[in-house]
Design a binder for this molecule. Structure first.
Ligand code: IPE
Ligand code: IPE
Ligand code: MG
Length: 221
């Protein structure tokens, strides 16, 4: 039986509000959000999902208070360090975002290293591909693709632009999830979501779970 495998993308929003509701600092919300992601990855890897792409940190998020940014960076190191768990679930890790050598890229070296190591250490896995968008913005991605074509004197076609995105192997998104009651896209995967169903849920990301994932998937049936 050949199952139809889908691409789910998540805008993981509402960590701050989740924490505020509990009288906790925003950083506690991000910590809970990273744990929630780990649970969602495990659940997703057991479903008919070939790709899960999550918005971890946007090009716009650098303006947040330094201590919060530092905490979020540390959590990405933790996330990319979950190699054992990823290998147990046969999940291959992937990353999209501003290339580290590009002007304007701000990803610290220790996060770059964690990303490279996670990609390498999970490269043999054959199950779901987990793509983390870090220092990612969709307009920058599309603009760069167009610039590449001009530089290489190629004609501008849909196929050529697709081929020059950060990861040309990412299939189109089938379902886009945004948590925490916001109905914005916030510069995420604008090109890739052209035909996606969208699931907006009021739950903040730390409370997003396998049941919610199934509700999102049910949009496809
Ligand atoms: C999402 O939660 C995490 C990131 C953007 C890194 P937020 O931090 O945006 O949480 P809210 O929107 O303030 O509740
Ligand atoms: C989008 O959430 C980015 C991530 C989830 C990483 P934001 O909380 O930054 O989005 P806006 O600014 O409210 O649109
Ligand atoms: Mg937010």
């Amino acid at each position: 039986m050949e199952a139809r495998l889908v691409h789910v993308a998540c805008i993981m929003d509402g960590n701050g509000r989740w924490a505020r509701k509990r009288g906790l600092p925003r950083t506690a919300g991000h910590t809970a959000g990273e744990e929630s992601l780990s649970d969602v990855v495990r659940a997703a890897s057991k479903r008919e999902i070939s790709h899960l792409t999550v918005f971890g940190f946007s090009t716009e998020n650098w303006v947040r208070p330094r201590a919060e940014v530092r905490h979020i960076l540390g959590l990405h190191k933790k996330l990319f360090g979950r190699i054992k768990e990823l290998n147990e679930n046969n999940v291959r890790i992937n990353w999209i975002g501003r290339p580290f050598d590009e002007p304007g890229s701000r990803t610290p070296v220790y996060v770059q290293r964690a990303i490279r190591k996670a990609i390498e250490d999970t490269s043999a896995n054959t199950g779901m591909v987990l793509t983390v968008a870090f220092d990612y913005g969709s307009r920058a991605e599309i603009t760069r693709a167009a610039k590449n074509l001009v530089r290489d004197k190629k004609i501008i076609t849909t196929e050529n632009l697709s081929r020059n995105l950060y990861d040309s192997t990412l299939p189109p998104v089938d379902v886009l999830v945004r948590t925490s009651g916001e109905s914005r896209i916030s510069n995420f995967l604008l090109w890739q979501i052209s035909a996606a169903k969208i699931y907006f849920t009021d739950r903040p990301w730390p409370d997003f779970d396998a049941v919610e994932l199934d509700v999102a998937l049910s949009l496809l049936s």
